[in-house]
Design a protein around this ligand. Structure first.
Ligand code: SF4
Length: 295
């Protein structure tokens, strides 16, 4: 016979699950519940149920029944609260990205929505991309056009992509925050924390082989590491976006590389050679060759 939690416990559990969702955590595991952890109310119901239909057993015989009952309670309630994210109900990445965009809506989740944004800049490119670039946030041009990396920094990014022997249309490009920070300031921690779960969901849908973090803000948010660029660059990281289903057999996560943001390279072109080294590492991994120079 199913056992239910008290309304207070049910409400507290639902609240906790919503909190985890907001943090971008969707996957949970169940562990066996030790008899000592069984709530008294559940034990009471279990014992009452047992005594209704059977002779009361010894304490040793009762323990498995208690565990099973509590597990049923946990399962029943968690799965009532844990609905899958909308995009997990479809297999087509185009449809999945559309569902994430719809979920984002006319977003007012962080203060950037009221600080002069013209529009949300969701992301652009190939939904099946092997390579994804992640920047910091939209600038004035991006805010005006609704597409990431379309200004001068975008032109440089396009050139970097071409130098890798591919086209912009083959990759996917997005930012940590989807609304322009006023005056192109660095997005603040709470803004990144609020917006980045949507980026994580985009990455989980696209399932790229490589994610390139453009600049320290992107790197720190994706990797949750606070380190200078000099330490972040020059190596691959194993990357699984927060909230992605680690049990997905079709994707074991991406490799993540860090390089300079194109806007920084415009300010300090001497670092272009270093950025090219980072991109060459990615090209080698993806088997990309630079385009042949025309005669
Ligand atoms: S930056 Fe992201 S979380 Fe903040 S308002 Fe824009 S879309 Fe919403």
């Amino acid at each position: 016979m199913p056992i239910t939690l008290t309304p207070t416990m049910r409400s507290a559990l639902a609240e906790r699950m919503r909190y985890y969702h907001e943090l971008g955590i969707y996957d949970f595991y169940r562990r066996e519940v030790a008899a000592s952890e069984v709530p008294e109310s559940a034990v009471a119901v279990t014992e009452a149920t047992a005594s209704d239909s059977t002779q009361a057993g010894s304490p040793e015989e009762m323990s498995p029944r208690k565990s099973a009952a509590v597990q049923a309670v946990v399962e029943d309630n968690i799965f009532q609260v844990l609905t899958p994210k909308p995009e997990q109900t479809v297999t087509d990445p185009v449809a999945a990205l559309k569902l994430i965009r719809e979920d984002l809506g006319d977003c007012t989740r962080c203060k950037l929505h009221k600080q002069g944004r013209k529009q949300i800049v969701f992301g652009v490119g190939n939904p099946n991309a092997e390579l994804m670039f992640v920047g910091e946030g939209p600038g004035a041009d991006e805010d005006a056009q609704g597409e990431p990396f379309v200004g001068r920094a975008g032109q440089l990014l396009n050139n970097m992509i071409k130098a890798m022997g591919i086209q912009r249309e083959q990759v996917y490009i997005a930012n940590v925050v989807k609304c322009r920070p006023p005056g192109n300031r660095t997005p603040e921690r709470d803004e990144c924390d609020t917006c980045s779960p949507f980026l994580m969901r985009q990455i989980a849908v696209i399932k790229p082989k490589v994610v390139v973090a453009l600049g320290a803000v992107a790197a720190k948010n994706l990797l949750a590491i606070n380190a200078p660029m000099s330490e972040l660059r020059g190596r691959f990281y194993d990357f699984m976006p927060a909230g992605a289903r680690s049990s997905d057999p079709s994707w074991q996560g991406a490799r993540l590389a860090v390089t300079y943001h194109p806007a920084f390279l415009l300010r300090d072109p001497r670092q272009k050679g270093e950025a090219w080294k980072d991109l060459q590492m990615v090209m080698k991994y993806l088997g990309l060759k630079p385009p042949q120079k025309s005669e």
